[in-house]
Design a protein around this ligand. Structure first.
Ligand code: FAD
Ligand code: MLT
Ligand code: ZN
Length: 508
């Protein structure tokens, strides 16, 4: 037990935690074609021909029109290698004007388009299903402006999250979003998925921090909602429709984000806990005692720790427990934070709510603790085909879902694990199996969606619906809402060229 350790070294922690992990490609082989696995019928779209390619070359330059099958392989397959498209062309525009010309042409020719950022999405939304043109933000990576006084930052959509955060640190600012895929995901992708991540507890949803969006509509119209104002109640807030619409309503080209100050003092505590109920008591106590400095509350179960150890050789710094909790504080006065944290830690040890734990007193240790949590997604990819679920649930039933899924699947799996953003009521339930097959798939779904709906949860807390979950939207949204969504889609994109087969269900 090293919780009682002195906190003097905390004063040295002036840098905000930033994990510099880059997404690693998985080891298993190519997945089968999505269209075949899921028996999808191709929409009535044109096929790209030589003249289309010439038009694209005129717009973005020959080097930025990729047609080599080998070069397209990575863009056709998702990060967890579960879906595979058949695109034959990838376009890499640099400017909004180029995107506008591309979409105008695609709309006139009725060519389907799949917007793509860092391709780290986990619901099959970022890769084509058939031969959609992949429109990438890879080259749209300029920071347009940073206002160090207000924190308002304007960037092109292809800025990589981690790089943007590093640039902002020079102005004593941070991006109000952090996630394990930070080394690869793009701000445009983050906004298009309304990504949640590890800082949501402190800074809230991107819907609050994004002040403006510039997007190109399906017909090439540039929609300038790139406001930098905090307050603007003039009519409907169209940019909110772009946030979280997963590339089905427009192609995001630039964003304006309200970025908070870099905290001066950051601490991380990693705890071993016997029961899920104790995690909830600890969460409440952390809210009560740490108050305004609390910046993250995450949990993983013992199987997750086993997997990151087995597949990635990450070392658990404390003993073996059923659950582990990561608590981060971020504040502006290290002495004040230190006092609060020591008293919190003393209490939870005395009351035996936490059985063991360690406090990160230096940057590297904080990083390695965060890595244990952030690497679960990667470790799972080494454990087999991963069925991923990302649900919002009332906290008290959260882990029951993991127990019930294990019981329901009667050993049909390699692992069933639970981890996630405890402080946000967001569970990641993941099931790994030796390979994808329909028997396992139908044992898992719709079971998990029914379970979620029965407990008044959401079937997608933060990852979106993409390709995989769109036909389950009715477990969370009413018929009336879905109907309205379909009308909005028709209005924004009458030819349905933007990210077909994604987000909205096949039928109501
Ligand atoms: P992509 O994967 O390329 O695309 C995602 C969706 O957005 C697709 O539907 C795509 O068509 C659309 N899109 C992309 N760019 C644009 C654009 N410019 N205009 C319009 N549409 C666009 N997600 C969370 O919410 N929280 C997490 O904690 C989290 N952790 C993760 C950890 C790991 C290791 C990994 C691999 C993923 C994680 N994710 C998480 C999921 C993923 O990283 C996020 O959804 C991220 O926001 C996707 O960004 P991207 O640039 O990779 O987008
Ligand atoms: C996470 O919180 O680790 C991400 O959302 C990725 C995942 O769900 O595996
Ligand atoms: Zn998550």
């Amino acid at each position: 037990m090293n919780l009682a350790r002195s906190f003097t070294a905390l004063n040295k922690l002036l840098n905000f935690v930033k994990i510099t992990r880059t997404c690693v490609a998985q080891s298993h082989s190519q997945p089968a074609l999505t269209a075949e696995t899921y028996n999808v019928k191709r929409g009535n779209y044109s096929t790209t021909n030589a003249s289309d390619l010439d038009t694209f070359r005129d717009i973005v330059g020959g080097n930025n029109v990729v047609t080599e099958a080998s070069e397209l392989q990575g863009n056709n397959v998702d990060w967890i290698k579960t879906v595979r498209g058949q695109s034959t062309v990838l376009l890499k525009p640099k400017t909004t004007a180029e995107v506008s010309k591309i979409l105008k042409h695609c709309n006139e020719r009725k060519l389907a388009v799949c917007p793509q950022g860092g391709n780290t999405g986990l619901v099959g939304g970022s890769v084509p299903v058939f031969d959609e043109v992949i429109l990438s933000t890879q080259r749209m990576n300029e920071v347009i402006s940073v206002d160090p006084f207000s924190g308002v930052t304007v960037c092109q959509a292809g800025c990589i999250l981690e790089k943007a955060n590093q640039d902002l640190l020079e102005h004593d600012l941070i991006v109000p979003l952090d996630l394990g895929a930070k080394g690869s995901c793009h701000l445009g992708g983050n906004i298009s998925t309304n990504a949640g991540g590890l800082r949501l507890l402190r800074y809230g949803s991107l819907r609050g921090s994004v002040l403006g969006v510039e997007a190109v509509l399906a017909d090439g119209t540039v929609l300038d909602c790139l406001s930098t104002l905090r307050k603007d109640n003039t009519g409907y807030d169209i940019k909110q429709l772009m946030i979280g619409s997963e590339g089905t309503l427009g192609f995001v080209t630039a964003v304006s984000i309200l970025c908070p100050q870099k905290p001066k003092s950051v601490n991380v505590v990693f705890l071993g806990v016997d029961r899920f109920e104790d995690l909830l008591l600890l969460l409440r106590k952390a809210r009560q005692d740490l108050g305004e400095i609390l910046s993250a509350v995450e949990f993983v179960d013992s199987d997750c720790i086993g997997l990151v150890g087995k597949h990635l050789k990450l070392v658990n710094p404390i003993g073996d427990y059923d659950f582990y909790m990561l608590i981060e504080t971020s504040g502006s006065n290290s002495q004040h934070d230190e006092e609060k944290l020591s008293s919190f830690v003393e209490d939870i040890i005395t009351s035996q709510l936490a059985k063991d734990g360690t406090i990160a007193t230096d940057f590297n240790k904080m990083q390695s603790i965060w890595k244990l949590r952030e690497s679960v997604a990667e470790a799972l990819t080494h454990d087999g085909y991963t069925f991923k679920y990302d649900v919002s649930l009332p906290a008290h039933v959260m882990y029951d879902m993991v127990h019930d899924t294990r019981k329901h699947l009667k050993g049909l799996y390699n692992s069933v694990v639970g981890y996630g953003h405890l402080g946000d009521g967001n569970l990641h339930l993941n099931v790994t199996c030796p390979e994808y097959n329909k028997t396992i798939a139908s044992a898992i779904e719709p079971f998990v969606y029914e379970w979620t709906a029965k407990h008044n949860g959401s079937i997608s807390a933060e990852h979106g619906l993409g390709f995989k979950k769109r036909n389950y939207i009715q477990y969370t949204k009413s018929k009336e809402s879905i109907n309205l969504m379909m009308k909005i889609k028709e209005m924004f994109d009458p030819n349905m060229i933007l990210n077909p087969y994604k987000t909205l269900p096949d039928k109501l």
